[in-house]
Every structure is written in C-alpha cells, then in structure tokens.
Design a protein around this ligand. Structure first.
Ligand code: SF4
Ligand code: SF4
Length: 297
C-alpha cells in the first residue's frame, strides 16, 4: 500500500504540474486548465503548474474582498471555498498524505539516512496561527492605498513558492535577478531551514506551519474517508505509535487532526486488525501485511 501511495503522489504531482513547455516559453502556464484548484500546496507561479494553489487563492480572495464589496461585487469566491470545502469533507488531511507535492518532497528528504528527531506536539498548533494570522487576518486587515491586501503567507513565508516558483523563474529569466532583495533572501532562508529540518524530522512543514494542512485538519472528525479504531481488538500494544510519520498515537486519538491517512499504522504496525479504513462509515477491506496466522489473537 505504501508503494501505491507513492505512485499516487507521483501521478498527482505530474498531473497538476504537466506544462513542460516552460524551458522554451520561460513563462508561467496560463492556459484553460489554470481554473482548476490543486488539492494540495502547489504554487500557482510554478512554471510547470497547470492548476492554482488553494492557499494563494484564499489570500487573493480575502485581500480583494474590501474593494469587491465597495464596488458592489458581492461574489465571495464560492468556487474556491466550495472546492476546498469538498476536498476537506471528502478527504481531510488524506490530501496531505496522498496529493501534496510539498509533502512528498519532505518525505523524500526524510529518507536521507541521518539521526531523526521528534517534533514536540505543541508546535503543531503553529499551523493554526499561520492560517488565522497570515492567510485570513493580515490579507483582510492590512490594505494598500488601492484598498487591496497582500497574500502574506505566499509573500513572506511559503517555502513551496520559493522552491517551485521563485528559484525556477530566476533561473529561466535572468532579467529577474536584479529584483532579488531582502524579501527573497528571507524566503530563501525559510525554505532552506524547512528543507533541512525535513531531513531530520518527519514532515515538519506539514506539522507545524502549513495553513492548508490546518484547514483540512478541521475536517478530521467528519471527513468521509478515515481510519476507524476497533477498541475491542486493540491491545494497546502501541506499535502504531512507532510508525506514524505525523507523531499520532492512533489508539489514543483515532480522529487526530494530524492523521494524513498514510495507512502505515494499519498496514505496517497493527498485528490485531484493530485499524480499518472506512468510507462514510462502511469498512473497506485492505489486507494487513503485518498480520500472520501465528500472532492472530
Ligand atoms: S495515524 Fe496512521 S494513517 Fe494516520 S498518519 Fe499516523 S500512521 Fe498514517
Ligand atoms: S498497533 Fe493496533 S493493537 Fe497496537 S495499540 Fe495500535 S491500534 Fe491498538
């Protein structure tokens, strides 16, 4: 199942970044597919990107809200809110585990053999701070002389934007290099720190900073596809704790907002069939690789 997940990550990564003419055009794809919302974090300005990033779109929406209302345009971006609402309601943070290119990059970096470190659970609240302050409050509240707010998270923090868009565009368009200033250096340092952290700790950006992960985490209890704990079968052996890339103690918190439904606990750890995948409360039968007749209860 882990191999299937990896293939899904690769295929979705290619599908949402399928404009490969950029080495010749040296520009960002602006074709008809750009109206499609990417489920995970994937920068709009990545030269290969054929979709838009939901996080950037929300900030643009909120940043322009005041001026829209002043002009009598009461349209509130229903397509963006509706799309990510549907993603969240169906999959929640499963999107982080299966469909986010920046999550996939962190997983690859974490395979570099080094000593690994845990991330304190307290830091996981950081992503809700970034969602509330950088994605909602600042774009809404701080406006320029034209009445427009900035996409604060994209502009000042987002390491995916620096990696997927900033660096490639500077390489493709040498005339952009004179624009490199403190703002770019600040984002470049953030990107380097996060990518380095990902070598030593599992998915640090997803767990502590990503506002999109925070948004999808709000659906952890109500999403259609999620894991179920059969308490009657659980022996509290805690084997599931040791394989979780998100630091979840599944038997203690089966609806944990950190769970990205990677299925490692179900397939690699639990020997007692206590964990199952459900769609709308209906169990899906997935073979448990860890179970052998000898250790069945
Ligand atoms: S609780 Fe299980 S499915 Fe969820 S992230 Fe951890 S190992 Fe993956
Ligand atoms: S591995 Fe299975 S049996 Fe052990 S604590 Fe986790 S859910 Fe319970």
């Amino acid at each position: 199942m882990e191999r299937v997940r990896k293939w899904v990550q690769v295929v979705i990564g290619f599908l949402i970044n399928s404009s490969w003419s950029f080495p010749f055009t040296k520009t960002i794809y602006q074709g008809p597919l750009k109206v499609i919302c990417s489920p995970g974090l994937n920068c709009y300005s990545c030269p290969a990107s054929t979709t838009y990033c939901p996080l950037g779109a929300i900030q643009q929406l909120l940043g322009g809200l005041r001026i829209s209302l002043e002009n009598g345009q009461y349209f509130f971006g229903f397509s963006i809110i509706g799309t990510i609402g549907v993603f969240g309601g169906l999959f929640g943070r499963m999107i982080c585990g299966w469909a986010c290119p920046f999550g996939f990059i962190q997983e690859i970096l974490h395979k570099i053999p080094t000593r690994k470190f845990a991330i304190p659970r307290l830091l996981s609240y950081g992503k809700f701070f970034f969602l509330l302050v950088f994605v909602v409050i600042l774009p809404l509240a701080l406006i320029d002389e034209f009445g427009t707010g900035n996409p604060w998270f994209c502009k000042f923090v987002c390491p995916a934007g620096t990696l997927e868009a900033g660096l490639p565009m500077i390489l493709l368009q040498p005339n952009l290099r004179h624009t490199i200033g403190l703002l770019f250096l600040n984002k470049f340092i953030i990107m380097v720190l996060i990518l380095t952290w990902a070598v030593f700790a599992s998915r640090p950006f997803c767990r502590t900073i990503c506002p999109l992960g925070a948004f999808y985490a709000l659906f952890s209890k109500v999403r259609l596809i999620k894991l179920h704990l059969n308490e009657a079968k659980c022996t509290n052996c805690k084997a599931c704790h040791h394989v979780c890339p998100m630091g979840v103690k599944f038997n203690e918190s089966p609806d944990d907002p950190e769970c990205i439904t990677c299925l490692a606990c179900m397939n690699k750890a639990c020997q007692f069939d206590a964990i199952s995948l459900e769609i709308g409360g209906m169990p899906l039968s997935v073979p448990n690789k860890g179970l052998s007749p000898a250790n069945k209860p």
